[in-house]
Design a protein around this ligand. Structure first.
Ligand SMILES: C[S@@+](CC[C@H](N)C(=O)[O-])C[C@H]1O[C@@H](n2cnc3c(N)ncnc32)[C@H](O)[C@@H]1O
Length: 243
């Protein structure tokens, strides 16, 4: 599949998922694992920070950030997702956009960028990461989450290969086929470094007690295995040419 066809398929899948994405507000995967990890890695004090939620889907993270005092700008490829986010957030800076096509913002305008479970849809993450670096102020932060690279269905798969994976998801009776990239840890950390980021922390998800209590069967299935990974990175100081 070429990248244009892949983007169109991703957009269509999320347009179809938008009316039922609220299922993720009460599930193990997004809510109890990924969003909980994001909240753990985010700066403790967000009041007054200008934050870009890049790939916001229906606005779950954006809503939480705004409730904690951030001024949120949210962007997504799927116009149906942006409408769902609009309904959830009310008035706000929400826009349809493609992270593979550059960001429509001036340099150094955000204190933080959250990019949650999005960049695995891009064949090459590097241009989007460079854009995140460009729009971040010095002292800002990037929180990037992805499927955990060690989260294999089949142990015979080659961990070190960058591979396109196809999966079928079912949410409230809506079935979609999703196609995304799986990369080894080193590839993501290299891309972050090449884009001008220093890695500060990583997070890895596993069910906590509350998740085990609320979602016992699903939690048991993944006990001892990581599902998602979060990278908290900060802009490296720009190197000034000698002389
Ligand atoms: C798994 S969802 C994100 C989940 C969200 N963070 C949450 O907690 O609900 C991935 C989102 O990325 C968006 N997306 C995929 N490719 C994109 C691209 N090239 N540019 C912008 N958004 C993209 C999809 O439309 C979808 O809404």
């Amino acid at each position: 599949m070429d990248s244009e066809a892949h983007r169109a398929a991703t957009r269509l899948a999320y347009d179809r998922l938008a009316p039922v994405w609220d299922e993720t507000d009460d599930n193990l995967w997004n809510e109890a694992l990924e969003r909980t990890m994001v909240r753990r890695l985010l700066p403790a004090e967000l009041t007054g920070m200008s934050v870009l939620d890049a790939g916001c889907a229906a606005g779950a993270h954006a809503e939480w950030l705004a409730a904690h005092g951030a001024q949120v700008t949210a962007l997504d490829l799927s116009s149906a997702m942006v409408r769902a986010a609009q309904a959830r957030l009310g008035a706000g800076a929400l826009l349809v956009g493609d992270l593979d096509a550059g960001l429509p913002f001036v340099d150094e305008v955000f204190d933080g960028v959250l990019c949650s479970l999005v960049l695995h849809y891009l064949a090459d993450m590097a241009p989007a990461l460079r854009e995140f670096r460009r729009v971040l102020r010095p002292g800002g932060w990037l929180l990037l989450t992805l499927d955990h690279p060690a989260n294999f269905e089949d142990r015979r798969d080659d961990y070190f290969a960058t591979r396109l994976i196809t999966d079928t998801w079912m949410k409230k009776g809506v079935a979609v086929e999703q196609t995304f990239w799986r990369r080894p840890l080193e590839a993501t950390v290299d891309d972050l470094a090449a884009a001008g980021f220093l890695l500060e922390r990583i997070g890895e998800t596993q069910p906590d007690e509350e998740a085990r209590r609320r979602f016992p069967e699903e939690a048991a299935m993944i006990e001892g295995s990581p599902t998602f990974i979060g990278y908290l990175a900060v802009p490296a100081a720009r190197r000034t040419p000698p002389g």
